[in-house]
Design a protein around this ligand. Structure first.
Ligand SMILES: [Zn+2]
Length: 335
């Protein structure tokens, strides 16, 4: 089969012919229809997420089960599925307690620590799968598994948004950003999009932002911010996020980068009871909930560009250039 292989960290992915993998006990083989390409893949490429090479990359997967390994129950050949990005034990207190992304025996990431889905086929652990509703395309399902499920977790579990809340999204035009805007709208919030690329403003307004501004103007907003989701998480954006909060507001950091430590004045923590927290990916139940919101038209999947598997290098370049509004999807067309 054809697969996008990362030979070594900091190298470029390239399409190669590799043996078709076989599902072991508890695993399934999936025919991949689509796989999302976001900035996480760039961090995987540089080695920032750990793992090892050579590696077939890609984790935002939509596909159809083609074969079952021994001992797999509850799934059948032909089922439409997506998967958790995380390799979970399924047995620890965190997994059992509904906070599985904090798994005590976490095994790493799909596409980083085991081969991923930018390929014609992928082997996945059956217990990481999530069923895709019939009215959701497999390309939409692929991005729902991360770019839509991540804001669902952030805005329902980490900083619950109520109708009438005001939510600011830093990096609103990125793959997670646009879906955080959509999720906040679906939850009934007023939304401020903060985006450094002025060319993305119009699309963000169409998506339902009440206001779009550049980061330099984010200190003077017309509303106090109840929840600020920082998808950029640089030193500057983190400081700005805290600064724009209203009383009892919450900053939710989604993702992080090295060297972004920032100084914090503790006064607003006490005097305004502001909260600064983070949000780590999403559970399988939250992926299912995100798929449900897509199925019911509540959160539109924003696919900004589509590439065939043969053009995975171009897909990476578009992602690295931050040139695409929303998520990039690679569509696999079996030869
Ligand atoms: Zn666990």
């Amino acid at each position: 089969m054809r697969a996008a292989l990362l030979d070594a960290f900091d190298g470029d992915v390239r399409i190669v012919e590799v043996p078709t993998p076989r599902p072991g006990p508890g695993e399934v083989l999936v025919d991949v229809a689509a796989c999302g390409v976001g900035l996480t893949l760039e961090r995987a490429r540089t080695g920032a997420l750990g793992g090892s090479t050579p590696r077939v990359v890609g984790h935002e997967i939509g596909g159809v089960i083609a074969d079952l390994g021994s001992g797999v129950t509850g799934w059948a050949v032909g089922d439409r599925v997506t998967t958790s990005f995380y390799l979970l034990c399924g047995r620890c207190t965190w997994c059992a307690g509904g906070r599985e992304t904090l798994c005590a025996n976490w095994g790493g990431f799909v596409g980083v620590h085991v081969d991923g889905g930018l390929a014609e086929q992928v082997v996945l652990p059956a217990h990481g799968l999530v069923a895709v509703p019939g009215d959701v395309s497999l390309a939409a399902a692929a991005i729902a598994a991360d770019a839509i499920a991540t804001p669902y977790h952030a805005l329902t579990a980490r900083a619950p948004v109520r109708a009438g809340s005001t939510v600011a999204v830093i990096g609103a035009g990125g793959g997670v950003g646009v879906h955080t805007v959509g999720m906040a709208r679906a939850l009934g919030a007023r939304v401020v999009g903060i985006e450094a690329e002025p060319g993305k403003a119009e699309r963000l307004l169409e998506l339902g932002c009440d206001l779009v501004t550049g980061p330099e103007d984010a200190t003077d907003l017309p509303w106090p911010i109840d929840v600020c989701v920082d998808t950029v998480a640089s030193r500057d954006t983190l400081a700005a996020a805290v600064g724009m909060l209203g009383r009892a507001g919450t900053v939710v950091v989604v993702g992080f980068q090295a060297g972004s430590a920032f100084e914090l004045d503790p006064r607003p923590l006490v005097l305004d009871e502001v909260v600064i927290t983070g949000s780590r990916y999403a559970t399988r139940a939250e992926i299912a909930a995100a798929l449900d919101l897509v199925a019911h038209g509540k959160v539109p999947p924003v696919i900004g560009a589509r590439f065939p598997l043969a053009e995975v290098a171009q897909a990476y370049r578009a992602m690295q250039d931050n040139a695409v509004f929303g998520r990039i999807v690679v569509e696999v067309d079996p030869a």
